[in-house]
Design a protein around this ligand. Structure first.
Ligand code: SF4
Length: 368
């Protein structure tokens, strides 16, 4: 990045209000900043010259004080089941991944088109089962770098399926609530009528359990859905696979979630990767059932995509079946999420590592 670039504003790092303020500072009327916003997020402009409904002198003025930075696609892998993984180059040489997961009606027409998006380059939290966790932490993504993953996949989805993406889950590389402000700004952009105009009910932000930020989401009455990456239902087991649990244990998580439910009235989803012989015992199902009674909730039991070098393995079918039967007996609302993209590097972070993403900082014990 040149020195000149550093002194200018990265337009895609701004909220809509900040963009309006910047434009007002240049003497532009409000509708001009709306036009620019549309160019950035609806029409995918990568230069000011493309913004043809803006007078030339305004485009020049903008170019003097701001720049547009966009991701470039490095690699794309499509699985037999239609799941596609996109690996993007960032301007500083780092790479992040996003995934498009299509679900089809019986006649083969695309029904739900979910994008799993990354929020950080790497991750500091070091969960034992996670390829991104092994990579360590490099940096936060900007709001524009998050939104760009989705807008570019949306264009691909239109081309392949004739249909816009329908859902977004913040479950790619990184812990979304560890990059709180950029993630919040990106959700505001994505739900804006001048951008993708997605309903917030179609957006799910997931967290390993950063309790301060869960409370903040509640206090700010954020309209998207919240999911908790639980993956173990007792402190003893969670401590073994998720270092965050050392500082923020299940008791702290329970308090934060009950605050969330009291403030918003909304349920949460618990995500639970089922590992063979580790967290798939009858006692685990009982503990999980007890956790679901903290507040209105449902559970997604996720079949793990095995990761090279990780001892934890996907649970066998018979253990999954027994676990689900017990959850049913315990009256838990639970759904099995089958792994997608088994034949590509679909586990979060795997493709980036294989494609030479360097090693970043990992904390032995993660800090929230
Ligand atoms: S599971 Fe999420 S929080 Fe844990 S290391 Fe991976 S990206 Fe980070």
């Amino acid at each position: 990045m040149s020195e000149t670039t550093e002194q200018r504003h990265d337009l895609k790092s701004l909220t809509k209000r900040e963009l309006a303020e910047l434009c007002a500072g240049l003497g532009m009327k409000k509708f001009r900043s709306d036009q620019i916003f549309q160019w950035l997020y609806q029409k995918g402009a990568v230069t000011f010259d493309e913004m043809t409904n803006l007078p030339k002198d305004l485009r020049e003025k903008l170019g003097e004080i701001a720049y547009i930075r966009s991701l470039s696609l490095h690699q794309k892998q499509t699985s037999r089941d239609g799941t596609t993984k996109y690996l993007y180059n960032l301007h500083d040489g780092n790479r992040v991944e996003a995934v498009l997961i299509p679900e089809f009606f019986d006649d083969g027409v695309a029904d739900r088109l979910t994008v799993c998006v990354s929020s950080q380059v790497g991750c500091v939290f070091g969960c034992a089962f996670c390829a991104t966790g092994k990579m360590g932490f490099f940096r936060n993504l900007t709001p524009g770098e998050i939104v760009d993953q989705i807008t570019t996949i949306n264009l691909d989805s239109l081309e392949r399926f004739g249909k816009r993406i329908t859902n977004i889950v913040y479950m790619g590389m990184g812990e979304p609530l560890h990059n709180y402000q950029a993630v919040m700004t990106s959700t505001e952009i994505l739900t804006d009528p001048l951008s993708l105009d997605l309903s917030p009910r179609r957006i799910t932000v997931s967290t390993v359990g950063l309790t301060r930020q869960i409370r903040q989401i509640a206090d700010e009455n954020r309209p998207f859905n919240l999911a908790i990456s639980l993956h173990a239902a007792s402190d003893e087991k969670r401590d073994q696979i998720m270092p965050i649990n050392d500082k923020l244990d299940l008791g702290a998580l329970k308090d934060a979630l009950q605050h969330y439910h009291r403030s918003t009235g909304k349920p949460v989803t618990f995500e639970y990767l089922l590992f063979d012989g580790f967290n798939d015992h009858p006692s685990d199902a009982e503990n999980l059932a007890a956790i679901t009674r903290w507040l209105p909730s449902k559970v997604n039991i996720i079949m793990y995509n095995n990761v090279l070098g990780v001892a934890l393995q996907r649970a066998r079918e018979e253990r999954l079946n027994a676990f689900m039967k017990q959850l049913t007996r315990e009256r838990v609302r639970a759904t099995v999420r089958r792994s997608r993209g088994d034949d590509i590097d679909a586990g979060c972070g795997q493709l980036a590592i294989r494609e030479g993403q360097a090693q970043g900082k990992t904390m032995a014990k993660a800090t929230p």
